[in-house]
Design a protein around this ligand. Sequence first.
Ligand code: GH3
Ligand code: MG
Ligand code: MG
Ligand code: MG
Length: 324
Amino acid sequence: MRAMASRDYGFGDPLALATAETGQNARILLVEDRAITADRLAAALAPYHRVDVEPDPGQALQRAPEENYDVILVSLNLAGFDGLRLCSQLRSLDRTRNAAVLMLAEADDKGRILRGLDIGVHDYLMRPVDRNELVARVRSQVRRKRFADRLRDSVEASMALAITDPLTGLHNRRYLDAHLASLFADAARRARPLSLLVLDLDRFKRINDTYGHDAGDEVLREFATRVRLHTRGIDVVARFGGEELVVVVPDASLDGARAIAERIRERIESQPFAVHSGTRTVPVTVSIGVASLQGADAGPVDLLKRADLALYRAKEEGRNRVVA
Ligand code: GH3
Ligand code: MG
Ligand code: MG
Ligand code: MG
């Protein structure tokens, strides 16, 4: 049975926001195998929420991770099944652990109620369930859950910001520093090669001086796009400094990495970069230093140092080239 709430208001609708604020219009799963009770509880919640009823605990466990419920009400007294076990599974599954779980209990369930609260079940209701109390307790859980969802979203967003370069959208140096060591350890453990490219635009200062700083920014963004286009998903591309990128290439030998670097160098040189919103183009070239993991390397810092030395030689030898 599915009882629909009043109206399905669109996102951004002030009325929808108002109902969200008051902890209403939530998605609720009621796991109850007594049909009369299930109907009565669903009817009490239906004016405010979207309610699904599921009498079978096995089905409930399959359904819950797919449907993203806000609140799951679980009867502790299902025929031949301990509802507490379902509560515990819902609390531990990745896809359901953010839902609020409430137990429907009877007077002699005191022990299981305490165990339930102990494993993180949010609240409980005693039978016979009072309609007003049901509505109030569900609303308070919806409010708490929405607050927790918002908090989690904003924490995730600021974590993403902390490791992203705002101009290019690439990973920043902080991310590279944090991940290079683990990529290094991973390669050593699997006895696989690991290579690193340091890319630095040639005479970039001149581009800034000639076309302006904004045009320089446009060139940097396009530089990042092209490098990403010519690397794989598992390669880590990071903005290391001003006009300097680092690419970490797992599983690539020195020869393989040199070939990747040469392809990137060629893709930068062959197609002039659009600046001033596409009204003119600028020729750009890049120099690239390449180094690969060697038994003698003490750590990622050595690898970076060798790639940087190779880059220095590429500049010395006339720029627009790859040195490995
Ligand atoms: P080389 O071939 O030796 O690398 O010469 P270069 O001019 O590229 O090297 P240099 O390191 O002297 O200049 C790098 C310039 O990059 C200087 C700095 O103003 C510019 N730069 C650094 N970050 C940014 C940025 O975010 N935007 C723009 N537009 N320019 C930047
Ligand atoms: Mg420089
Ligand atoms: Mg440069
Ligand atoms: Mg530089």
